[in-house]
Ligand binder design. Structure first.
Ligand SMILES: C[S@@+](CC[C@H](N)C(=O)[O-])C[C@H]1O[C@@H](n2cnc3c(N)ncnc32)[C@H](O)[C@@H]1O
Length: 314
């Protein structure tokens, strides 16, 4: 089945403004996806700005390659997880850059009819891997985890308060191989069809666990700061509260010059602020954007500016 780019970039103008994209600048898009934000960065940085784009999903890299073809040698695309951002950027000569962007989550084409298992609205095998080279799928977790561990996973990553009941129902109906089977089992276990499908949080939890989303984000953030030149900008769009909290806490910590426990008589941490917060709270999509693109409704954009050349890890 051929795949087309139907992803509408979220908080597009806000993210590009936050990055202060300028002609001749050098940028890294850690989640290039369908190339929407990347195309905007390349347009605004014309005539000679450059962009390194990463994506864990080879299909995203292929799509972005087509969409960004017109920018020729101003763009380099690499099929890699952003957990390895530092290595990839060094290898491609993208250090001391003017901006780094992360637009977390799923591209629209990954939710679509090609069936990657991310959505309960599309019948597909329970996969949910961004990177097909990775071994563990959602089906492995659903069919192999002990009931308690499955309930903990749903609670921790989906903030699902009915996790025990759902895990019990899943175990009783194993093996489950498709998205619609899982969605039905969850719906039967917890009942009701409100505005939000009862399987929404369970699907989120499995996707986060399959892709180790919180762990790789935690690994990538300090690398992103270290790759910025002084005065460069970091822009991050998060789509669920767990990743937004992680981003917010990281940015706040990096914006403080001392991270000693409150009440410590003298500073012993040796920490130096590496960022200045540009956005105090998160920027959210306007009502008009949410109406145009309902997928944008949970997006939260945070922007920070690099202060000095000091490493985050010092
Ligand atoms: C919301 S989409 C990005 C869309 C893009 N900004 C655009 O405008 O087309 C998120 C992308 O991040 C990718 N992704 C998710 N986790 C990743 C990771 N750890 N490393 C690299 N790419 C990742 C997904 O495959 C997906 O294509």
């Amino acid at each position: 089945m051929s795949i087309t780019v139907n992803h509408v970039p979220v908080l597009y103008a806000e993210a590009l403004d936050g990055l202060h994209v300028r002609p001749g600048g050098r940028y890294i898009d850690c989640t290039v996806g369908g190339g929407g934000h990347a195309a905007g960065i390349l347009e605004r940085s014309a005539p000679n700005g450059r962009l390194l784009g990463l994506d864990a999903d080879p299909e995203a890299i292929a799509l972005a390659g087509e969409r960004l073809q017109r920018f020729a040698d101003r763009v380099v695309l690499v099929n890699e997880n952003f957990a390895h951002l530092g290595e990839v950027a060094e290898a491609q000569g993208f250090t001391a850059v003017d901006g780094v962007m992360l637009d977390l989550g799923v591209s629209a084409f990954q939710l679509g009819p090609a069936g990657r298992g991310f959505s309960f609205q599309t019948e597909a095998p329970l996969d949910m891997r961004f990177d097909p080279r990775q071994s563990t799928t959602a089906a492995d977790l659903v069919n192999r985890l002990p009931e308690d561990a499955l309930a903990d996973l749903l609670f921790l990553y989906g903030e699902e308060t009915r996790s025990r009941r759902i895990a019990h129902a899943i175990v009783a109906h194993r093996p489950l191989t498709t998205t619609t089977q899982l969605a039905q089992v969850v719906a039967q276990a917890v009942g009701g069809r409100g505005r939000i499908h009862p399987a929404t949080q369970s699907f989120q939890a499995l996707r986060i666990a399959v892709n180790q989303e919180l762990e790789v984000l935690e690994a990538a953030l300090p690398q992103a700061v270290d790759l910025l030149a002084a005065g460069g900008y970091l822009a991050i769009i998060a789509f669920h509260s767990l990743e937004d909290r992680l981003v917010k806490q990281f940015l706040q910590r990096e914006a403080r010059s001392c991270i000693c426990p409150p009440g410590a008589p003298v500073c012993v941490c040796g920490h130096r602020a590496t960022l200045r917060l540009v956005t105090r709270g998160a920027i959210q999509p306007s009502l008009a954007e949410v109406q145009r693109n309902p997928r944008s409704r949970s997006a939260r954009l945070r922007v920070a500016k690099r202060l000095s050349g000091e490493s985050v890890n010092q």
